[in-house]
Design a protein around this ligand. Structure first.
Ligand code: MOS
Length: 693
C-alpha cells in the first residue's frame, strides 16, 4: 500500500473554507443570540470611581451593561489576566472594563461608546528603555528556561579576542493580527457552558473556565473546528471567552463577542519590543571565541511575561566562552504574549545580523562563517544534537540561490538608481513534544474514525493527522475520518511552539497501533457496534530523555534599494529547512513561506509605535500598522533537506510552524547592508534610516 505520509494533499476543509461554509467562532447559528461589545479603559492606570450606564441602557435593543459593580463574580486566584469586571482597578489603557450586550451588534457598538466612567488616575510608567532603573532579573524566561546562562569566561575570552564587536539591536512591538479576531459564542444550558471559541487549543481553556465559573470540568465544552489564524496570540484562554460566558449567563441567551480589530492591537497581547546587546569575540578566521547576548524586554504589572530572546544564542553556534541574560522592564502596559517563534524571532535578528557584521570584519564569506562555527555538540548542555542539519541547509541554499559568485563588497552592484544586495542567515527552532491522547474506532463497514482535540488554526494539521492515521491503520485515507477541535474529544495541548503535529501524530499513531492489535486478535472481524481504543502518550512523553533537539534552516534574500529614495524591495527569498519527516509537502511549504513572509514584514514594515504619554500604540489598526501586502512579497521559495530524528516521536516529525520566520528578517537586513553599506540595527528598515546614513 502506498503511504499517505509524504504525499501532497489539499486541506480536507479547503472546499468548506473557500465556499464560506466553514464556520468560525461567531458564525454559529444560535437561537436568540445576543451581541456583546467590550468597553476599553481610557486611562493608563488608576481606579474607576463611578459608572454611568444610563445613556447606554437607553439605546434601543440594549439588554445589559456589565461592569465591576454588577458583573457576576469569578473565582479569584485563577488567572489575573482573565479576572475582569471584578474590581475597579485599571492596569493599562485598553483593559476591558465593561461589556454591553444588545439585540444587534450595531446597538452594542453604539451603546459601548456611551458608557461613562469617572476615574481617579494615577501616575504611570510606560516607557521602554535600557536605562529603566526598575529593570529586573525574572526567575525564568518563557516557557521555563533559565534567565541567565554563563559558560567559560566571557569577559576574558572577549578581551583576548583578535576581533571584537559590541553591537546593540532593537526590535519594536509586533501584533499577531490574525484574520479572525479573538472571538467567542457562549451559551448556557442546564448549568452547562458551551463555547465556540477562536483558540489555538481548548483543553487548557476548559479547565480554566471550569475554575473561573466553579463548574465541574465536564460541564464546560469548547469547540474550535476552524480558527482563522493565531500566530501565538490565541494560545490559552483569552478575555473574550470569559466575558462572553459571563454575559450569556446574565442575559440568559447565547452571546457573541468578537474583539474589534483595534482591540486586538495590544490589550490581549503582542510581541514585546526588545533591546539586545550582542558582543562577539573571534579569531581572524571568524571562529567565535566569546559571545554575549544581553536582552531586555517588557512585561506588565498584571502578570509576568518573560520573552526568551537570547535563548537562540545558547544553542546555535560554537564558542567556548558564553553569556546570555534577560532583564525585564515592568510597565503599565498590556502584558506581552506569544507570537510566532517567540524569543527566537527577535533573538535571531540580533545574532544573525551580528554574524554578518563579524563576517565583514574578518573578511570571511557569511555562509562560510556560519559553517566554521557549526557544532555537532550543543554548546549549552554538552550533549550531541539528536540531528543537526544546519550545514546541509546552508549548502543546499547557497547552491539553489546562486551564492557562489557573490562579490562580498557592499554597494558594489548597481543598475541605474537601484543598488542590489544579497544576505544570508541561519535559523533554528526547538523540536519539542507535549502530552496528548487520541482515540481510534473501527466500524464494521471498513471505515475508521480518529479523534483528538488538536487544533487546526489554518496550518493543515487536520489533513496531516488524517494522513498519519491512514498509514498507521494501514488503510486507504478515504476510509478514515479525523475529528479535531472539540473538548469532547480526547485531550491534547494547543497548537503552539511547533509542538502540535509532533505530539498529536504520536498519540494518533499509538491509538491506531492499539486498534490494529485489537483487530488482529479478533482476526479482523469488527464487532457490530464497532471497536474503539483510546491511548495517552503522557507516560511516553514524560519518560523521554531530555536531549537537544532542533529544526534548522538557512534563509537567503536578495533586495534592491533605490539609491536616491532609500526604498527597499525584496526581490527573492529562499529558505531551506530541516524539520524531520515531511508529512504533507503542500501544507509544509505553506508554513514555511508564511513564516518567511512574516519575516519580510518584520524586516521592512511592521512596528508598533508606542506613545508613552497615552500608554498605547498610536497605530492600532491595519490601516496604520503596516503589514506586507502581496505587492511587497516576491518569489518566496522554500525547500527542505532529508532530516531524520528517530528519538523524537514515532515518525520523527519536528514541527514547522515557527522556523520559517526565524532568521528571515536578518537575511533581509544583511542583504540591505550588502546593497547599501548601511547597517540598520533597529527594525523596521525604513527609508529614513537608510537616507540618514
Ligand atoms: Mo506559537 S507563538 O507558540 O503559537
Amino acid at each position: 500500500m502506498s503511504a499517505a505520509v509524504g504525499q501532497r494533499y489539499a486541506r480536507l476543509e479547503g472546499h468548506d473554507k473557500v465556499t464560506g461554509t466553514a464556520r468560525y467562532a461567531v458564525e454559529y447559528p444560535a437561537a436568540g443570540v445576543a451581541y456583546a461589545q467590550l468597553v476599553p479603559a481610557t486611562i493608563v492606570r488608576g481606579v474607576i470611581t463611578a459608572v454611568d450606564a444610563e445613556a447606554a441602557l437607553a439605546v434601543d435593543g440594549v439588554l445589559a451593561v456589565l461592569h465591576h459593580g454588577n458583573a457576576p463574580r469569578l473565582a479569584a486566584g485563577v488567572d489575573a489576566e482573565l479576572f475582569r469586571l471584578q474590581e475597579p482597578t485599571v492596569h493599562f489603557r485598553g483593559q476591558a472594563i465593561a461589556v454591553v450586550v444588545a439585540e444587534t451588534l450595531e446597538a452594542a457598538r453604539e451603546a459601548a461608546g456611551l458608557v461613562r466612567f469617572d476615574y481617579a488616575p494615577q501616575p504611570h510608567h510606560t516607557e521602554f528603555s535600557a536605562q529603566d532603573p526598575g529593570l529586573y532579573q525574572p526567575g525564568h524566561v518563557n516557557p521555563s528556561y533559565p534567565t541567565d546562562v554563563l559558560a567559560g569566561d566571557f569577559d576574558a575570552g572577549f578581551t583576548a579576542a583578535e576581533v571584537r564587536l559590541d553591537l546593540t539591536y532593537r526590535t519594536p512591538a509586533y501584533f499577531n493580527s490574525p484574520l479572525e479576531p479573538h472571538a467567542a459564542t457562549a451559551q448556557w444550558q442546564d448549568g452547562r457552558l458551551l463555547v465556540h471559541d477562536s483558540s489555538q487549543g481548548t483543553s487548557p481553556g476548559q479547565e480554566i473556565l471550569a475554575r473561573l465559573f466553579e463548574l465541574p470540568r465536564e460541564a464546560v465544552r469548547l469547540v474550535n473546528p476552524h480558527v482563522g489564524g493565531g500566530f501565538g496570540g490565541k494560545l490559552y484562554l483569552k478575555v473574550q471567552t470569559v466575558l462572553a460566558a459571563m454575559a450569556a449567563r446574565v442575559v440568559d441567551r447565547p452571546v457573541r463577542l468578537a474583539l474589534t480589530r483595534q482591540q486586538t492591537f495590544g490589550p490581549v497581547g503582542y510581541r514585546t519590543p526588545t533591546i539586545q546587546r550582542v558582543r562577539l569575540g573571534a579569531d581572524r578566521d571568524g571562529r567565535i571565541t566569546a559571545v554575549a547576548h544581553d536582552a531586555i524586554s517588557q512585561t506588565s504589572t498584571v502578570t509576568e511575561f518573560a520573552e526568551q530572546t537570547a535563548v537562540y544564542t545558547r544553542n546555535m553556534y560554537a564558542a567556548p566562552n558564553r553569556r546570555t541574560t534577560h532583564r525585564l522592564a515592568r510597565l503599565d502596559v498590556p502584558t506581552p504574549f506569544w507570537m510566532r517563534a517567540p524569543g527566537h524571532t527577535p533573538g535571531s535578528f540580533a545574532l544573525e545580523s551580528a554574524l554578518d557584521e563579524l563576517a565583514l570584519a574578518c573578511q570571511v564569506d557569511p555562509v562560510e562563517l556560519r559553517l566554521r562555527n557549526d557544532t555537532a555538540i550543543d554548546p549549552e548542555s554538552g550533549h550531541p544534537f539528536t540531528s543537526r542539519n544546519l550545514a546541509a541547509c546552508l549548502d543546499d541554499g547557497a547552491r539553489r540561490f546562486g551564492w557562489a559568485d557573490r562579490d562580498p563588497t557592499p554597494r558594489a552592484r548597481r543598475e541605474g538608481r537601484w543598488l542590489f544586495g544579497t544576505g544570508v542567515a541561519g535559523c533554528c527552532y526547538p523540536a519539542r513534544v507535549r502530552p496528548a491522547t487520541a482515540s481510534a474506532t473501527a466500524s464494521p463497514d471498513g471505515s475508521y474514525e480518529v479523534r483528538i482535540n488538536a487544533a487546526d488554526i489554518g496550518t493543515g494539521a487536520r489533513t496531516a493527522l488524517w494522513q498519519v492515521a491512514a498509514d498507521a491503520l494501514g488503510a486507504p485515507p478515504e476510509r478514515v475520518r479525523i475529528e479535531v477541535g472539540d473538548t469532547a474529544l480526547p485531550p491534547a495541548d494547543p497548537a503552539g511552539g511547533s509542538t502540535g503535529l509532533a505530539s498529536w501524530s504520536w498519540a494518533v499513531v499509538r491509538a491506531c497501533e492499539r486498534l490494529c492489535d485489537r483487530l488482529a486478535k479478533l482476526r479482523g472481524s469488527v464487532p457490530a457496534g464497532g471497536l474503539s481504543v483510546e491511548v495517552s502518550i503522557d507516560d511516553e512523553v514524560a519518560a523521554q530523555a531530555t536531549l537537544p533537539r532542533y529544526a534548522y534552516g538557512a534563509q537567503f534574500a536578495e533586495v534592491r534599494v533605490d539609491g536616491e529614495t532609500g526604498e527597499v524591495r525584496v526581490r527573492r527569498q529562499l529558505g531551506v529547512f530541516a524539520v524531520g519527516r515531511v508529512v504533507n509537502p503542500t501544507t509544509l511549504r505553506s508554513q514555511f513561506i508564511g513564516g518567511m513572509t512574516m519575516g519580510l514584514s518584520m524586516a521592512l514594515h511592521e512596528a508598533g509605535l508606542f506613545d508613552a504619554r497615552y500608554g498605547m500604540w498610536a497605530n492600532h489598526d491595519l490601516a496604520t500598522y503596516h503589514v506586507s501586502s502581496n505587492a511587497d512579497v516576491p518569489a518566496v521559495e522554500a525547500y527542505w533537506v532529508a532530516d531524520s530524528d528517530s528519538q523524537l516521536n514515532p515518525l520523527g516529525i519536528k514541527g514547522a510552524g515557527e522556523i520559517g520566520i526565524v532568521g528571515a528578517a536578518a537575511a533581509i537586513a544583511n542583504a540591505v547592508h550588502h546593497a547599501t553599506g548601511v547597517r540598520v540595527r533597529e527594525l523596521p528598515i525604513t527609508l529614513d534610516k537608510l537616507l540618514a546614513a
